[in-house]
Design a protein around this ligand. Structure first.
Ligand SMILES: CC(C)(COP(=O)(O)OP(=O)(O)OC[C@H]1O[C@@H](n2cnc3c(N)ncnc32)[C@H](O)[C@@H]1OP(=O)(O)O)[C@@H](O)C(=O)NCCC(=O)NCCS
Length: 162
């Protein structure tokens, strides 16, 4: 657990586990339909895609009321980790997405993954803008989805040495 001063006030970053299921349900209840679709490419949320162990690993930002305001999920794809994230609809555009994606990038590098990849709906301008500012680039399309990728700091360090 790490405390972080964000534009939105003090947040605590914590790895989620099964004990957080109820907090996740409350969080889902605060997502509007558009955000659910952007995150899950579906009209429905999925606890299985959200809460470990079925989904890999998840980090959540909790506010001072101990409510989840955003979650990033990471799944092991071998050399790369797949990242996804969502911020509570009423708490967006206050730096929480950037904070969570930064945590995902750090975690993936620390764990030895060479790259992070993500799949973003083509129409999702917010996530595409956030990803671009954090060093991701589009590397392909799969139907309605764009595949985005960036090396972790581990790759960057290694490339500098060779
Ligand atoms: C995409 C998402 C995670 C961004 O979270 P956020 O907390 O609002 O993002 P931040 O406040 O950290 O913004 C970071 C950057 O993202 C971009 N961005 C975020 N919202 C934006 C918007 N409405 N319009 C344009 N750019 C936007 C900007 O570059 C912004 O930087 P800036 O504020 O300095 O201009 C959030 O909109 C969300 O949860 N969307 C629904 C779920 C989703 O799309 N998930 C991605 C699927 S992998």
């Amino acid at each position: 657990m790490a405390d972080i001063a964000a534009a939105d006030g003090l947040l605590s970053l914590k790895e989620l586990d099964l004990a957080d299921e109820e907090a996740c349900r409350v969080f889902f209840g605060r997502l509007d339909a558009y955000d659910v679709r952007m995150r899950f490419a579906s009209l429905h949320f999925s606890m299985a895609l959200f809460l470990p162990p079925s989904c890999g690993i998840a980090f959540a930002a909790f506010d001072t009321a101990d409510e989840i305001v955003g979650v990033t999920n990471l799944a092991n794809l071998g050399a790369a980790a797949e990242v996804a994230l969502v911020v509570r609809s009423d708490r967006q555009r206050r730096g929480i997405g950037r904070l969570l994606l930064g945590q995902a990038i750090r975690w993936a590098g620390d764990q030895g993954f060479s790259h992070l990849v993500g799949y973003v709906l083509h129409e999702n301008r917010r996530m595409r803008a956030l990803a671009r500012t954090m060093g991701f680039r589009g590397v392909g399309t799969e139907g309605l989805l764009i595949e985005i990728m960036r090396p972790t700091s581990r790759t960057t360090r290694r490339e500098r040495l060779t």
